[in-house]
Write a protein that binds this ligand. Structure first.
Ligand code: ARG
Length: 578
């Protein structure tokens, strides 16, 4: 249980008997803003005073009198109009830390009530190269899965790829008209990407090609033998292409059930919707009218074609039947908000109202000009090109840093390349995860690879620096952890670091509360800063006494492990030297 959860529990008990339902008041137990006033603060006396028509300070005094925190905190203090300030006992912090150091979970207890989540993320439309827009869904979804699992939930990742849409009509058309057979034989992925781009550009200029592409798509959906055969031939190549990117990003899925997987269910689903009176015909199309919404959700067009939303409804049915999840998270661009609103409303009508359906939406990646990130020629930026460039720049930074080491370079050319791959990819992922997901952000290699500020590079560097102490001091970390050495928290910097280390659990709770990985990056950044202050103010290897040296080394070790684990939960690897 995190410190915050523990304190809330204590306040719940204290408030029982004073109010009927303390839930909203408990939200006012928070981490303190200024250490001068304590570590945590409870601000419920003011609203409660108003509610009960009594002076808030009097209420605060009553709460404190009923509050049992003597084992955790010093005597609570009432300040100003009725703030209750709490200061944790060093002894209690030290005990908690010792437990965290010994256990594999860094002080994070698994949740009492595990839930089953289906996380729908990445989901590129295959047959066209992945682009910058796919970074966000991929890394946010992956991080959420990792955090949920670490907390003890069951998270099923499902990559709902677009493998059945117009983009296949495009490569079918391209294949039939512009194929370079020789390239296709040698490198099908490259040739299919070329055909996609070629047809894409033609469609903009020539409306008849647009219709021809739609006709190819319709033929595929209607079961045309040749198109079906070609689709089956193309698909593995398209999957190879995206798999390469996922491998490089170190992202894995439990399932990749694309749109085509649900093809056989669509007609039945539309029948069911009609039979149950949920959908009805309107101008030849089958529609679901949703209360309070102007436009209906169309589930079958007048030409018989099914839509994106029809597939998504069938997907919900399948997921409910197969995994019985408590929640389904859709990590998808905010521009699809209306789609998800409609989808969730109709799912409710179908009786799927016992599941939390969440659109975990995110904003756009912008270029320097504040517009969606494009290449100079105006194309969206390919994802692989971005990865390559980030790694290239990381190599420059790593090499320069290594060359500048006081005792000369430490890394071989091959080691530098490996470190650069890890650092470059990490920078890109972290820059995305560190943003509030609902905002747009400006893509910048310089910022993401900066050695200072809230970047992966800074965090990886912080990790490597902490770890280097053990090598320098010739310390056997495992032996130290098991030695039973006690944690001493006499100086403010040690105490502040200790408290931050114990907040890991709280940061993870916050991350999943509203599905925001930037809560975790913010925590890690705070932790690294607390560590810096500690390291400036406290000698570790040259500590005044042996007991102090051991205690501080233990703090270093837990810091390194917490950073490593935190980054791992974001899908980011560390390097031991950089
Ligand atoms: N393939 C879609 C796109 O690129 C995203 C799919 C998201 N997942 C879903 N179940 N609709 O826009």
């Amino acid at each position: 249980m995190s410190i915050l959860t523990e304190l809330k529990e204590r306040f719940r008990k204290a408030l029982t008997g004073m109010v009927d339902d303390p839930a909203d008041l408990l939200e006012l137990v928070r981490r303190g803003q200024d250490p001068k006033f304590g570590d945590y603060q409870a601000n419920m006396a003011m609203p409660l005073g108003k509610r009960l028509g009594r002076p808030p300070r009097e209420i605060a005094a009553e709460i404190v009198q009923r509050l049992d925190v003597a084992d955790i905190c010093r005597e609570p203090e009432i300040a100003g109009p009725g703030f209750i300030n709490l200061r944790l006992k060093e002894q209690w912090l030290a005990e908690k830390l010792s437990a965290a150091i010994l256990g594999p979970r860094l002080g994070v207890a698994p949740v009492a009530r595990p839930r089953t989540f289906v996380v729908d993320y990445s989901a590129p439309n295959v047959a066209k190269p992945m682009h910058v827009g796919h970074i966000r869904s991929t890394v946010i979804g992956d991080a959420l899965c990792r955090v949920l699992r670490f907390l003890g939930h069951r998270a099923i990742s499902d990559n709902h790829i677009g493998d059945w849409g117009t983009q296949f009509g495009m490569i079918l058309y391209g294949y039939k008209h512009f194929l370079d057979a020789e390239t296709y034989r040698r490198n099908p992925v490259e040739e299919l990407a070329r055909l996609y781009r070629k047809v894409r550009s033609l469609m903009d200029e020539q409306p008849e090609i647009n219709s021809a592409v739609l006709a190819e798509t319709a033929k595929l959906h209607a079961g045309d033998v040749e198109n079906r055969r070609l689709w089956e031939e193309f698909l593995p190549h398209c999957e190879d292409e995206i798999d390469r990117v996922f491998r490089r990003l170190d992202v894995k899925f439990d399932h990749t059930l694309g749109e085509s997987f649900y093809e056989g269910r669509l007609a039945l689903l539309v029948d069911e919707l009609q039979q149950r009176g949920i959908a009805r015909e309107s101008d030849g199309a089958i529609c679901v009218f949703i209360e309070g919404q102007k436009t209906p959700m169309i589930v079958r067009k007048s030409d018989g074609a099914f839509l994106y939303g029809t597939t998504d409804l069938a997907t919900i049915q399948y997921r409910m039947e197969t995994w019985r999840p408590d929640a389904i998270l859709y990590v998808v661009d905010y521009r699809q908000s209306l789609h998800f609103q409609q989808l969730f409303a109709v799912a409710g009508m179908l009786g799927h109202d016992n599941v939390e359906l969440q659109h975990v939406s995110f904003g756009t990646v912008l270029g320097n000009d504040g517009r969606p990130f494009k290449t100079r020629s105006g194309d969206t930026v390919g994802l692989e090109g971005l990865l390559d460039e980030a790694v290239r720049r990381a190599l420059e930074i790593v090499s320069a840093g290594d060359d500048a080491k006081p005792d000369g370079p430490e890394l071989s050319a091959e080691q530098r390349r490996q470190v650069a791959e890890t650092v470059g990819i990490a920078a890109l992922k972290y820059a995305d995860l560190a943003q509030n997901r609902t905002s747009d952000y400006v893509f910048s290699y310089d910022k993401m690879l900066a050695m200072t500020g809230n970047t992966a590079t800074y965090m990886q560097y912080a990790y490597a620096r902490v770890r280097s102490i053990f090598a320098k001091g010739n310390v056997d970390v495992d032996a130290l952890c098991n030695s039973g050495a006690t944690i001493l928290l006499d100086s403010p910097a040690e105490r502040a670091l200790a408290l931050e280390l114990l907040r890991f659990s709280e940061a993870l709770d916050l991350t999943v509360a509203d599905y925001r990985p930037n809560q975790l990056t913010a925590y890690l950044f705070d932790l690294a800063n607390r560590y810096s202050t500690f390291f400036e103010q406290c000698h570790v290897l040259r500590a005044e006494t042996d007991a102090l040296r051991q205690s501080r080394l233990l703090l270093c070790d837990l810091t390194a492990r917490t950073i490593q684990k935190g980054l791992e939960l974001l899908g980011i690897n560390v390097v031991e030297k950089m």
